[in-house]
Design a protein around this ligand. Structure first.
Ligand code: MTE
Ligand code: MO
Length: 332
C-alpha cells in the first residue's frame, strides 16, 4: 500500500469500493483462498510479457483515421477543467483487470487486451439478430466529441472529452421489436488476459443495462475514443457506454454484446450487493450510499472536493425520464 496523506475532507476510498461491501480483502488474502494478490498478479502476467503489444495499442487502431471527430458544441466542460489524461488514464475502475487500483496500474494490465478481432453481437428482441465487426459498426455510425462529467459511486469524478455516437443511433441500427423494454450491455470474457475474471467471487461477465427510454435519450453515448483519439484499453476500448447522469458503474466497458430484452437486467454490482447498488443508479447528492455520503465528490484532476449535483448536473436532459417511476429506487 503506498502511503498517502489523507486530508480530513477526503473519503477513504479504499474503504468504499463496492467490493468492500461483502468481503474484506485482508481477510480473504489472509485466508489464502487463491486470490491474485499483487505479487501473484505480476507473476501471472509474465506469460504475456512476450505477447505482441501491438494488439492492445490504440496507436494501431484501424479506425484512427476517424479522429479527431467533430466537437458537439452542446456538450462542453463549462466550469470544470478537463481532467488530464495522465490522471484519468491511471485511475481506472476495470475489475476484469484487478481491483487494487492503488497498488498497480490497471492501464498496464489492460494494455495486453487484444483490440482486434472484436465482434459485437446484437441480439434479443430485434428484427434480425446479427454480429458485426467493430470497425464496420463504428464506420456505420457518425462519430462526434462530447465533453462529459463522470461521477463514480465511490465519490470521485472527472471531466473528459469522449468520442463516440449516441446509443439511440445504435438502437435505430439494431431495429428492436416493440416487446423490447431494456437494453443489456455485456463486457468480453477473456480470463487468459483479464486475470480479474479468474476471481469467481464476481458473477462475470460484467453486465448492466438501460431502459429503452434511457437508451433513446440523446445523452446516452457509446464511446470509441477519448482525448481526440481511439480510447486506450483501460477506458473500455473498443466500445463502452457513457451515461453521465448515473453512477459510473452503469457505464459498461469493452462491450461485446448488446441485447434488447423484455425483463430488467440485473447488473453485476446489483447481483453482488443489491442492497447498495440498483438498476437506476442516478446521481443524487441527497441520497447517501448505504455506507457513505454522496453529497460531495473529489475531482481527480484538481483534487478539489465539490458539491455533487442531482443527475450529475444533467437534470434538464434526463429528469423527465423518471416521471411515472416515483415508487422506484431511482438513486442507488
Ligand atoms: N466491464 C467493466 N465496466 C466498468 C467497470 C468495470 O469494472 N468493468 N467499472 C465501472 C466503474 S465503477 C466506473 S467508475 C467506470 C470507470 O471508468 P474509467 O476507468 O474510464 O474512469 O467504469 C465502469 N465500467
Ligand atoms: Mo465507479
Amino acid at each position: 500500500m503506498p502511503i498517502r496523506r489523507r486530508r480530513s475532507w477526503e473519503l477513504p476510498e479504499s474503504a468504499v469500493t463496492p467490493e468492500a461491501t461483502y468481503l474484506s480483502r485482508r481477510n480473504l488474502l489472509g485466508a489464502g483462498v487463491g486470490l491474485l494478490g499483487v505479487a501473484g498478479l505480476s507473476a501471472a502476467l509474465s506469460p504475456f510479457a512476450d505477447a505482441a503489444p501491438a494488439v492492445g495499442d490504440p496507436a494501431n487502431d484501424p479506425t484512427k483515421d476517424l479522429y479527431p471527430a467533430k466537437k458537439n458544441p452542446a456538450f462542453t466542460a463549462g466550469d470544470r477543467p478537463i481532467t488530464p489524461e495522465e490522471i484519468s488514464g491511471n485511475y481506472n475502475n476495470f475489475y476484469e483487470f484487478g481491483s487494487e487500483r492503488s497498488a498497480y496500474q490497471i492501464a498496464d494490465v489492460a494494455a495486453r487486451m487484444p483490440r482486434r478481432p472484436w465482434t459485437v453481437k446484437i441480439d434479443g428482441l430485434v428484427e434480425q439478430p446479427r454480429e458485426v465487426g467493430i470497425d464496420d459498426l463504428i464506420r456505420a455510425m457518425s462519430l462526434e466529441e462530447r465533453i462529459y462529467r463522470h461521477r463514480c459511486v465511490e465519490a470521485w469524478s472527472m471531466t473528459v472529452p469522449w468520442t463516440g455516437f449516441p446509443v439511440k443511433d445504435l438502437v435505430a441500427y439494431a431495429k428492436p421489436l416493440s416487446g423490447a423494454k431494456y437494453v443489456r450491455f455485456e463486457t468480453f470474457m477473456n480470463p487468459e488476459v483479464a486475470l480479474g475474471q479468474r476471481r469467481f467471487i464476481y458473477p462475470w461477465p460484467y453486465i448492466d443495462g438501460l431502459s429503452m427510454a434511457e437508451a433513446n435519450n440523446d445523452l446516452a453515448f457509446l464511446v470509441t475514443g477519448i482525448y481526440g483519439k481511439p480510447a486506450p484499453n483501460q477506458f473500455g476500448a473498443p466500445l463502452r457506454l457513457a451515461v453521465p447522469w448515473k453512477y459510473g458503474f452503469k457505464s459498461v466497458k469493452s462491450i461485446v454484446r448488446i441485447s434488447f430484452v423484455a425483463e430488467r437486467p440485473v447488473g453485476l454490482w446489483e447481483q453482488v450487493q443489491g442492497r447498495e447498488y440498483g438498476f437506476w443508479a442516478n446521481v443524487n447528492p441527497e441520497v447517501p450510499h448505504a455506507r457513505w455520503s454522496q453529497a460531495t465528490e473529489r475531482d481527480i484532476g484538481t483534487g478539489e472536493r465539490r458539491p455533487t449535483l442531482i443527475y450529475n448536473g444533467y437534470g434538464e436532459e434526463v429528469a423527465g425520464l423518471y416521471k411515472g417511476l416515483a415508487g422506484e429506487k431511482l438513486f442507488m
